[in-house]
Design a protein around this ligand. Structure first.
Ligand SMILES: Cc1cc2nc3c(=O)[nH]c(=O)nc-3n(C[C@H](O)[C@H](O)[C@H](O)COP(=O)(O)OP(=O)(O)OC[C@H]3O[C@@H](n4cnc5c(N)ncnc54)[C@H](O)[C@@H]3O)c2cc1C
Length: 387
């Protein structure tokens, strides 16, 4: 990373995180995924060193930095082969939403644990019948005395089995109009009436996805985060960090794949003395990935800088673009990396073939590349709304 956009402090943070994550690396993650384990030791180590909570305010046990710092942590961990998906939801989305809109009591209750990793919060917005059209969600919270009753379902929710709570995007009835408006609730993962079903996925990762059923789950009044009437605004405060972190996850993965491929291209030799990297058929695709990756990293930094400067609108545009660019590079870099390795590119031991599938996640979640193109066409270019 250049000094052009990143302060020395962040560069030092990057080095420290990369060094720590490298002690675990891809082998650790692959083993955990194979055995159905979790990244418990890595997570605790990262928390102990203060890396998980870099974006949380100091008064709540965090490092007092911004989303740019948190994205740097995730990118470096992923580049070292040890990504932590739950950082995207727990520290980035939930930490940002609660930090900006939670009551003092809620901040004191949740942020210190989120910062040091001892309390993990999942995030649930996706519903089977709404999909990309999150305006169509139907999970509904109804007032019940001082509290709420939550009913509905969510799908593809990551890491519920390793979380203590879930920040759920539901709807509540507006007392004035009777219309349903989006609201955010924290639901304990052991709440009576909450059922979880694991979804079998094709790629191996320690973090699992779940379908959730909320069958009249009772919540106290203070489970509602933030203002009942400012739901969407609050939600977007969490979604921009999510997209920036999605970009960081993909960019880190691309760096890991590219480094492996370059190393192999330099050392594998099957024609006389020349390594395969001497052939342009191998070198050019790698060079192309390098250029695309640098572009994607700049977008990631710009989006984070806008968010940290308090420009939510500007951050929205660039967080989308950054997530798009990074998702594309991750698909390209993993493909080129597998191909550079020839047959060994598909071995389980190398782990790159699994990343071919995992990289696709960057094109689908948290918002698909088509929805980003829709957004850019409409908001950046002023074209008519197409959906
Ligand atoms: C591994 C994984 C982890 C996830 N973790 C979480 C999580 O923790 N929490 C959570 O809430 N969600 C999570 N998700 C869900 C994820 O955010 C959704 O999968 C994503 O938003 C897309 O929604 P969908 O799958 O319903 O696709 P759909 O909305 O059904 O879309 C299907 C296809 O149609 C395209 N499409 C849809 N509408 C349009 C349009 N108007 N124009 C052009 N193309 C369109 C899409 O781009 C996509 O290619 C996760 C998903 C995965 C795969």
């Amino acid at each position: 990373m250049s000094t052009f956009t990143e302060p020395e402090e962040r560069q030092e943070l990057r080095k420290a995180v990369f060094a720590l994550a490298s002690k675990y690396g891809h082998t650790y993650i692959a083993e955990k995924a194979r055995e159905g384990g979790k990244v418990t030791e890595l997570w605790a180590d990262m928390g102990k060193h203060g890396f998980l909570g870099v974006n949380i305010a100091e008064e709540y046990g965090g490092g007092g930095g911004g989303i740019g710092d948190l994205a740097a942590v995730l990118e470096e961990a992923a580049a070292a082969g040890a990504p932590m998906l739950m950082m995207v939801v727990s520290q980035a989305i939930c930490g940002s939403v609660i930090g900006r809109f939670g009551t003092e009591e809620q901040k004191k209750r949740w942020l210190p644990g989120i910062a040091d990793g001892s309390y993990t919060m999942a995030f649930a917005i996706t519903e089977a019948d709404a999909g990309s059209n999150s305006h169509n969600i139907t999970t509904t919270a109804t007032r019940d005395g001082d509290g709420w009753v939550l009913k509905g379902s969510k799908t593809y929710i990551s890491g519920v089995d390793e979380a203590e709570g879930i920040l759920v995007v539901g709807r509540a009835a507006d007392a004035k109009t009777g219309k349903l408006k989006p609201c955010l609730f924290v639901v304990p993962t052991d709440a009576p009436g909450l059922e979880k079903q694991v979804i079998e996925m094709t790629f191996d990762a320690p973090e699992k996805q779940f379908t959730l059923f909320f069958d009249d789950v009772r919540l106290p009044g203070d489970a509602l985060v933030g203002d009942e009437d400012a739901g969407l605004l609050q939600l977007f405060a969490g979604l921009n960090p999510e997209r920036i972190m999605g970009a960081a996850y993909s960019n880190g993965m691309s760096r890991f794949a590219l480094a492996k491929a370059v190393d192999y291209a330099k050392t594998r030799s099957v024609w006389k003395d020349q390594p395969i990297g001497a052939h342009q058929g191998i070198a050019h695709p790698l060079a192309k990935v390098k250029i695309e990756l640098e572009q994607a990293k700049l977008l990631q930094q710009k989006a984070a800088a806008l968010y940290d400067a308090g420009d939510d609108m500007g951050a929205g545009e660039f967080a989308n673009m950054a997530k798009y660019a990074a998702g594309e590079v991750a698909c390209n870099s993993t493909d080129v990396a597998v191909h550079t390795h020839g047959g060994s590119g598909l071995t389980t031991e190398l782990g790159l073939a699994n990343m071919l599938v995992a990289a696709r996640l960057g094109r689908i979640a948290p918002v698909s590349r088509e929805m980003i193109l829709n957004f850019v066409a409409m908001h950046s270019l002023g074209l008519p709304k197409s959906y």
